[in-house]
Write a protein that binds this ligand. Structure first.
Ligand SMILES: NC(=O)C1=CN([C@@H]2O[C@H](COP(=O)(O)OP(=O)(O)OC[C@H]3O[C@@H](n4cnc5c(N)ncnc54)[C@H](O)[C@@H]3O)[C@@H](O)[C@H]2O)C=CC1
Ligand SMILES: O=C(O)C(=O)CO
Length: 347
C-alpha cells in the first residue's frame, strides 16, 4: 500500500509484527494529523536515516523541514543521542501532535518526556520492534554461559573434568514483559523450560508458567537457573539487580542483561562473579557504556560482554522502517499508533 500526503510518501508493509500487549496500547490516543518532519536529516550518528532501506521503505520527506512549518504535526526523530536537541524542537513547535522515537528504550529521552509531554502530544518508540534479534542474542548468551563458553574460549589447554549445564527443563526468570520477553518465551519453547515473568503491572503473559509483579522478585530469584533482564530502564528499575538479588540466585544460575546496563549494579556483579556466587553473567549492555578498557568486569569469572550488539544497525534498519511506516500510516488515517510511550511510567 502506498500512502501519499503533502509532505510524505510512505510504503506501508503488508507484514505486521507480533507485538506484546504492552507494546500495542489498546488505548492509544488519536491525534490531529498533518505534515510530518523527519529530523535531524544530517546528523552524523544516524545510520538508519542514511540507509537505503529506510529511504526506500518509509519516507521521502519533501519541502523545507527546518524550521518546522506551522502546519507540521508529526515528527520522526532519527537521532539516538541528541535528546536535548529534541527538547529544543519540541519546545519551539507546540503544534506537534506526534513524535516517533528511534529506540525501543526511551531512557535517553527521559528528561524530554517528563518535561515536555503535554495533552495532545503522543510519543511512540520502537518498543517491541527489535524483539526478534535481541531475543536471539539473549538465547545465544544463555547457552554460552551454561556451557561455560567464556571460560573455554579463553582456555589454552584441555580440561580433564568437563563441566556445563543443559538448558532443558530449567527454570527461567524473565524480568520484563515487553516485546523482547515475549519473543524469548517463543524461542525457548523447544527446551521445555519453566518460565516466570516478572513485570511491573499485573497480568499473565502467554507462554509463561507464571507471571508475578516486581515486588515478588526476591521470591522467584532463588528458583531460577537463568535470569534474563529485559525490562525498560526507569527510576524503578535502576540497579534492580544488586548485591542482595545476586545473593538470592543459585550458585549454578546465570544472569543475562540485554536491556540497559544500569538495571544491574556493576560492582555487585563483579563481586558475585569472582566469588562464584553465580555461575556466570552475560551483558550486552553495561554501566558505564561503553565499558572502559581495564574495567574489572572485563576480567570477572565466566563473564561474556558484547558491545550492545544484540541488534546491529543492519538488523534494526528494516525493523525501524516498518515501525515508522506503520505509525505514519496510522497518523495519516487517524488510527491507533503502535508502541505508544507511557510518559509517566517512562517506557
Ligand atoms: N540490547 C539491545 O540492543 C536492546 C535493548 N533494548 C532494551 O530492552 C528493553 C525492552 O525492550 P522491549 O521489550 O522492546 O520494550 P517494551 O517496552 O516492549 O518492554 C519493556 C518492559 O519493561 C517492563 N518493565 C518496566 N518497568 C518494570 C518494572 N518496574 N519491573 C519489571 N518490569 C518492568 C515492562 O514489563 C515492559 O513490558 C528496552 O526498554 C531497551 O532498553 C531494546 C532493544 C535493543
Ligand atoms: O532500541 C533500543 O533501545 C536499543 O538499545 C537498540 O540497540
Amino acid at each position: 500500500m502506498k500512502i501519499r500526503q503533502k509532505d510524505c510518501v510512505c510504503e506501508v508493509p503488508q507484514h505486521v509484527a507480533v507485538l506484546g500487549d504492552e507494546t500495542t496500547s489498546a488505548a492509544a490516543p488519536r491525534v490531529e494529523s498533518g505534515p510530518i518532519a523527519v529530523l535531524p536529516e544530517n546528523h552524523d550518528d544516524n545510520t538508519i536515516g542514511g540507509s537505503q532501506v529506510f529511504r526506500d521503505a518509509v519516507i521521502e520527506a519533501g519541502g523545507d523541514l527546518q524550521p518546522l512549518g506551522p502546519d507540521t504535526r508529526g515528527l520522526v526523530w532519527l537521532s539516538y543521542t541528541k535528546s536535548s536537541e529534541l527538547g529544543e524542537v519540541l519546545a519551539a513547535n507546540p503544534h506537534l501532535t506526534w513524535v516517533q522515537l528511534p529506540w525501543a528504550g526511551v531512557d535517553a529521552y527521559a528528561q524530554v518526556l517528563s518535561e515536555l509531554s503535554r495533552p495532545g502530544l503522543v510519543f511512540t518508540s520502537a518498543k517491541g520492534s527489535y524483539a526478534q534479534p535481541v531475543a536471539e542474542h539473549a538465547f545465544g548468551m544463555i547457552f554460552a554461559l551454561l556451557r561455560l563458553f567464556p571460560r573455554r574460549i579463553r582456555a589454552t589447554s584441555w580440561d580433564a573434568e568437563p563441566k556445563g549445564i543443559s538448558l532443558f527443563n530449567k527454570n527461567v526468570v524473565i524480568i520484563g514483559a515487553g516485546g523482547i520477553a515475549r519473543e524469548l518465551i517463543r524461542q525457548l519453547e523447544p527446551f521445555n523450560t519453566h518460565i516466570t515473568v516478572v513485570r511491573r503491572s499485573a497480568g499473565q503473559v502467554p507462554g509463561a508458567a507464571s507471571t508475578v509483579t516486581t515486588n515478588r522478585l526476591h521470591k522467584v530469584l532463588p528458583t531460577a537457573d537463568v535470569v534474563v533482564v529485559a525490562a525498560a530502564l526507569t527510576g524503578e528499575t535502576t540497579h534492580l539487580i544488586g548485591a542482595e538479588e545476586l545473593a538470592l540466585m543459585k550458585p549454578t544460575a546465570v544472569l543475562v542483561n540485554i536491556a540497559r546496563g544500569p538495571l544491574v549494579d556493576p560492582d555487585a556483579l563483579v563481586e558475585a562473579l569472582n566469588a562464584e556466587k553465580i555461575y556466570g553473567a552475560a551483558m550486552d549492555v553495561t554501566q558505564p557504556e561503553p565499558l572502559p578498557d581495564g574495567h574489572p568486569l572485563w576480567t570477572a569469572k565466566n563473564v561474556l560482554i558484547t558491545p550492545h550488539m544484540a541488534d546491529t544497525p543492519d538488523m534494526t534498519a528494516p525493523l525501524l522502517a516498518e515501525r515508522i511506516s506503520r505509525n505514519v500510516a496510522a497518523f495519516i488515517a487517524g488510527e491507533q499508533f503502535t508502541g505508544v510511550v507511557d510518559t509517566e511510567a517512562g517506557y
